[in-house]
Structure formats: C-alpha cells, structure tokens
Design a protein. Structure first.
Length: 747
C-alpha cells in the first residue's frame, strides 16, 4: 500500500473518527440536556414534595394540638359532669323529700336517703328492687296506715296508677302519723321519676283551717241567729214605743209634751231603721239576700217613697220632685220591696243632706231589642255635696264623709253599701256625681222586663176634652214636668211663676179649661190665689197641688180637687178625665159626714180580726182603729186566730207573722186549706211583719197572705187597708174621715 493510500486511509479513518466524535459529542450534549432537564424536574419535584412534607408536618403538628385540646376538653367535661352529678345528688340528698329514679323495667336506679328512710331502714330496699316490691313492703311492713282498707286493694291501686301515661298524685298516711304525697312522672324513654313529699304540716294546717272555718261558720250562724232574734226582740217593744208615741201625738198635748212625744217617735223610728240596716247588711254579708221579682208599678213605688219623705222635706222647706219619663211604661217585673229600699235610701240621703232647694227623682229609659227596658233612675239634690276624696268610699261599709259639714247628720254608713249591693244583685250599676256645696246626683241603671203589654200612657177610654191649661208654680222644674204631662194629654199650656202673674194672665182675657196651682208659693199661696180668681169671676176648675194636703184643709172650697205632690200621672189623668165629663160619680162624691148614704142603716159593721201575741201591740192596734166603725176582735196566737176566724167570720184578718204556738204563716195556711175544703170565700189576710225586707216575703205570700204591712204600724196604713178591703155588704168603716195620703176630691 502506498503511502498515499495509507494517508488516504488514515484520513478517512480520521474523518470517520472525527465524525464519530462529532456524533458522540452531539449525543453527549443531548444526553446532557436531557439530564439537566430531568435534574431540573427532579429538583422541582423535590421542592414540591418538601413543601407537601412541610405542610403535612404542620398539619400533623396542629392535629396533635387539637387532639390535646379535645383531650383537655373531654377531661374538663368529665370533671364538670362529675361535679354536676355530685352536686345534683348532694342537692337531692339535701331535700327533705324522697326522690327516686326507676328504669323502664320499674327497677330502682337511684334514690336519696329520704326515700330510703320511708322504709324504716330496711336493708332489702336497695337499688335494683322492683317498684311493686317496694309498694308491697310499705303495706306489709305496716309502714302505711291502710285505714282498714284491704291491703291487696291498696297495693293494686298503687301499682295500677303508675301504668297510666299521666300518673295521678297519691297521698298516703304513714303509721307514724306523717302524710306522704307521691308525685310520679314517666320520662321520655319510659323510665320514671318519683317524689315522695312530706305534706304533714300542710295537712295539719288545712285541718286547723277547716276547723277554724267550721268554728267561724258556726259563729256566723250564731251571729245571724242572734241578730235576727235580737232584732225581733228589740223591734217588738220599739214598735210599741213608736205606735204609742204616735197615738200620744194625736191626743191633747201642750207644746212641750208634743215635742217629747214626737222625739220619742222619731228616735224610735231612727232606731228601727238602724236595726233594719244592720240586719240587711248581715244578710248581704252572709249572701243570704235574694230577690223576689213580681210585677209592680215603678212610678207608684217611687211615688210612695216620695210621699213617705214628704213630711221631712216639707219641714226643711225643700221641694221633692218626680219626673217619670212620659213615654215609659210604669209597670215592670222586679223586686218592689228592694226597689223601694233603694229609692228610700237614695231619696232619704238626698233629703237628709239638703237644707235648701230641691230633690229631684228622674226616671228615663230605653226599650232594648229584647223588649226589656233599660232604666236610668237618678236622684239629684242641691245639698252639701260630697268632697272628691270621699266619692270613691261612700259605697263602702260604715263609710261616711268625715267633715265638719257632715257631723250633724246621723246614720250607720251602711245605707249606700246595701243600696249598691241591691242594685248589683239586680244586675245594675250605681254611680254618683257630686260637687261640694252644689249638690249630688246619685244614679243607677237596671234592666227590667215590662210587666204587661207596654202602654205608653194611660189609654184614654174617656179622652181628655180640656184644651187650655194654666200652670202656676214658683219652681221651674215643677212647671216643666207638669207642662210635659199636660201636653201629652193634648192640652195647650200657659205657665206662670206666681199668683200675680196668673191673675194678670186671666185678666188679659185668656180663658182656661183648668188651672193648676201650687199650694206653697211666696207672696200668694194657692188657696188665696183661688179665692182671688173666683172674686175676679173666673169659673174654671182649679186644682190645688200640695205637698201637704192636710195644711190645705179649710181653704179648698174653691178647688175642684186637691192633689198630693208629687203627682202620679194616673191620678192627674183621672182628675182631668173627670173634669172633661162632669157629672156625679161615686169616686168624686163629697166625703160629707153630715150626709151619709141612705142605705147606711141597712149595712152591718165590718168585722176585723187582729192576731197579735204582744199586749202592747194589741193596745196600739186597738187605739189606732178606735175611731173606725168596725167590729174588732183579737187573737193571741195563730191557733186562736184560726178558731176565731171560724166563729167570727171576719172580713179581714191582720196577722202578726211571728207568734208563739202557731205562727202567722201556718195560721194563714190553715185558713186557706179550710176555705178550699169548704168552698168558702177567701178572707183577705194582711200580714204584719217587723221588716218589709225580711226576706220571708216569699214564704209570707206562699202561705196565702194577700197583703203585708210593716211595723211600726201607721194609722194611715191600717186605715188604707181596712178601707180597701171593706166588703160591699159592710158599712164604710172610715166614713167620717178619708185615709191620710189619699187624694181628696171635692168636686
Ligand atoms: P248614712 O247612714 O251615713 O247616710 P250612707 O251609706 O247612706 O250612710 O251614706 C254614706 C255617706 O255618704 C253619708 O254619711 C254621707 O256622708 C254621704 N252621702 C250620701 N248621700 C249623700 C248626699 N245625697 N249628699 C251628700 N252626702 C251624701
């Protein structure tokens, strides 16, 4: 081989080697790049992993912290639970009452010492024992006083009760005298908590209270009996005192003697009022007061009360006025006795606390959809009034206004308390408005059913034909009330304030069909005015309106009639009717003793039987009817009354209610029974009761008694009854004198 060849070969070899080297370099580079990429990737991974590791370590750290917190909390919670449980049990142990918990099987889970103590220290009573076994132990070991009841019944009762969803409490008496009340309750899981309360003290106290109540009730009964008895005992002689004083006043007395007799009478009456107040109050207190509703005439009832108070009002110079709503019916269903009592109380107070001016009783009302009437009754006075501080108290018991202005008035302070109770018993309300020095207005509201189909005003069977009326009265309210009444009867009214004005009115040529004049007017009194009118040639009928018709006597010759004030609508209507149809009528004949009816001689005397055990009261009765033309007999008790009723055949029997042997009720019942058996005519029986509100009015009426009068007896009231009940075949017993309080017509 040539050198050239050799060189060429070498060069080729070198070139090949260089190419290889080059390639290997490239490959190395690529490998290096690859390696460094990989290395970078690896390092990234490492960084990442290190971070994750760090995080994990942190988390692990934090978890470790949390774990120890939880452990700590747990320890604390366990401690707290232990403390709570210990405290709970200490508390449960501290309480005096037994406490036990039973599981759903009714086995004792836990109980306090007081619970175990119930079992007299018996060691077999432990946790795990069944409820029924505990109950059996209580009974069989003689721990419970079974009070003769059967042991099995008792056990059954005790175990049966806990099967109920709501377990009723049960009280048992232990033989050691204690009382234990078991109060048990099921838990939501069906377990049961039981408490055994020692209620011995409460039971003992209850027994003491019960005993005290029984003692108080028996004392109260004794008090009521004593009051009733005492009031009867006091009333009987007091009736004698008052009745005799009234008779004494009717005799010939000098001024001083009259004053003494009148004082005895008024003091006696005041005392009787107080006794009645106290009795009523004690009845209200004992809730024994009942209402006895019956049909009655409210206007008449009010009128009667006003008439009763008229004398004292007149003595004080105050006017007593009534304004009864013209469009209201007058008859209602209510308790007339109690209504009278309410009105007497309010009107009595108004008169008592008024020294000048007037007292006005006003009745207004509205018909309700149920046809009943809502009545508002107000009593207004112009008296001393009531200071605002006292207003709220005066309806309370024994409360009186304690002021100088009030000192001089007597009273029990019970009147308004009783009145309020009565009004409330009737379902009504009472109130008062008052201004010191100006006057007071007491009002009450009650709802009553009308007694009969409502009649707005008297149905004119004989309509009034009078056209023009003249009213003469110095009191404005009087004029207004009268004007309204006359206008409803269709009259045209002229009003005058005095006699002088009236004389002017007639002198002016005005003609009137009727002249109504007040009696007591300043300057010119009614009778004097009538005389002057007659002198002036006025022939119109004149009606004298007087609060004291007795005082008008002698001066009434010019009058067509004398009407007692306040005037009842029906009364006024009747008089106006009679003036519309002149002519002789029985009721309007003069009561002239000199001209007895021609038939008088043929009639017999009226027979009156009075049953009264008390000699003084017999004497009072005898004296009161002494100048009546009657045949009077007395019976000393109920039995005698029945016997005398058989033999004497009286036209009326006055019957005392409270009599020995046979009381007035029984005597009346016996008389009624005999009348029915024999078909006899019913003899009117008038009861004489100590107190109209005795509450026995029901039994009185049930006994067949027709009327009753209240003691102390009044001559006028007896006269009214005798006059009213006189049969046609008997001579009018009061022929020579009219009953007091009657309207006298001298047409
Ligand atoms: P009393 O028996 O004292 O009259 P009441 O209960 O009837 O008892 O009345 C209580 C008090 O209310 C009276 O004492 C009086 O102070 C006051 N009072 C009652 N009515 C009136 C009246 N119309 N005017 C002024 N005060 C009155």
């Amino acid at each position: 081989m040539s050198i050239a060849e050799k060189l060429a070969k070498e060069r080729r070899a070198r070139l090949a080697a260089e190419r290889l080297l080059e390639q290997k370099k490239r490959e190395l580079f690529a490998a290096n790049s690859q390696l460094s990429l990989h290395a970078r990737h690896l390092s990234d991974q490492i960084v990442e992993q290190r971070h994750g590791l760090e995080q994990a370590r942190c988390e692990a750290e934090s978890l470790k912290g949390q774990n120890s917190q939880v452990m700590c909390d747990l320890r604390r919670a366990t401690d707290a639970a232990e403390i709570a449980e210990r405290r709970l049990w200490e508390a449960v142990e501290t309480i005096q009452d037994g406490f036990a918990v039973f599981d759903t099987e009714m086995r004792l889970v836990a109980a306090n010492g007081a619970w175990f103590a119930l079992f007299d220290g018996r060691t077999d009573i432990q946790t795990g024992i069944h409820y029924d076994v505990m109950i059996a132990t209580l009974a069989e070991a003689g721990i419970v006083d079974l009070d003769n009841s059967d042991i099995h019944d008792w056990r059954h009762e005790m175990t049966e009760r806990i099967t109920r969803a709501e377990i009723p409490p049960k009280t048992v008496r232990l033989t050691d005298g204690r009382y234990i009340r078991f109060i048990d309750r099921h838990g939501s899981e069906g377990d049961m908590v039981s408490m055994a309360l020692d209620i011995t003290e409460a039971v003992d106290r209850e027994a003491e209270l019960e005993e005290a109540r029984a003692r108080a009730e028996s004392a109260n009964r004794a008090k009521s009996a004593f009051l009733a008895n005492m009031s009867h005992e006091i009333r009987t002689p007091m009736n004698g005192v008052v009745g005799m004083a009234e008779l004494l006043i009717d005799t010939d007395l000098n001024e001083e003697q009259r004053l003494f007799a009148e004082t005895i009478k008024s003091s006696g009456e005041a005392l009787l009022t107080i006794i009645n107040d106290v009795l009523d109050y004690s009845k209200i207190e004992a809730e024994k007061l009942k209402l006895y509703p019956e049909p009655f005439d409210l206007e008449r009832c009010l009128h009667e009360v006003v008439l009763l108070l008229q004398p004292s009002a007149r003595d004080k110079g105050i006017k007593l006025l009534v304004d009864f709503d013209l469009f209201l019916p007058t008859r209602y269903v209510g308790d007339p006795g109690r209504m009278r009592q309410i009105l007497t109380n309010l009107l009595g107070n108004a008169v008592k606390f008024t020294s000048e001016g007037h007292v006005l009783a006003r009745v207004v009302g509205l018909e309700l959809p149920d046809r009943r009437f809502d009545l508002h009754i107000t009593i207004e006075d112009t008296g001393i009034g009531i200071p605002p501080d006292y207003i709220d108290h005066i309806f309370g018991e024994f409360n009186q206004v304690e002021e100088q202005s009030n000192r001089k008035f007597e009273g029990t302070g019970l009147g308004l308390a009783i009145t309020r109770q009565l009004v409330e018993l009737m379902g009504g309300t009472i109130w008062v408005d008052s201004e010191p020095g100006q006057g007071s207005c007491f009002g009450f509201r009650v709802t009553f059913a009308p007694a009969e189909p409502v009649q707005v005003i008297d149905k004119p069977d004989r309509p009034i034909l009078l056209k023009r009326a003249l009213i003469v009265d110095d009191v404005q309210i009087n004029r207004v009330i009268l004007e309204r009444q006359l206008q409803t009867y269709g009259l045209e009214v002229t009003m005058c304030r005095s006699g002088a004005e009236a004389l002017q009115a007639v002198a002016g040529g005005d003609a009137f069909d009727v002249i109504l004049t007040d009696h007591d007017m300043p300057e010119l009194e009614g009778p004097e005015l009538a005389a002057r009118l007659r002198t002036a040639g006025i022939v119109s009928p004149i009606l004298l309106l007087s609060s004291d018709p007795d005082a008008a006597e002698g001066g009434t010759s010019d009058m067509a009639a004398v009407l007692q004030k306040p005037i009842l609508r029906s009364e006024l209507f009747r008089v106006l009717q009679d003036l519309s149809y002149p002519g002789p009528k029985e009721a309007f004949l003069p009561l002239d003793p000199a001209a007895p009816p021609p038939t008088l001689g043929e009639k017999r005397q009226m027979r009156v039987l009075a049953a009264e055990d008390n000699r003084t009261n017999q004497l009072v009765f005898r004296k009161m009817v002494a100048d009546f033309d009657i045949d009077l007999q007395f019976a000393n008790d109920g039995r005698e009354a029945v016997e005398q009723w058989r033999s004497f055949r009286p036209d009326v029997v006055f019957m005392d209610i409270s009599m020995p042997e046979m009381d007035g009720r029984e005597a009346s019942r016996t008389i009624r029974a005999i009348e029915v058996e024999r078909g006899l005519v019913r003899t009117p029986v008038v009861a004489l009761t100590a107190h109209a509100m005795d509450g026995d009015s029901e039994s009185i009426l049930a006994a067949g008694i027709d009327h009753y009068l209240t003691k102390p007896l009044k001559k006028a009231a007896i006269a009214d009854k005798i006059g009213e009940l006189c049969p046609v075949e008997a001579r009018p017993p009061l022929g020579t004198r009219p009953a007091a309080g009657d309207t006298r017509h001298t047409v």
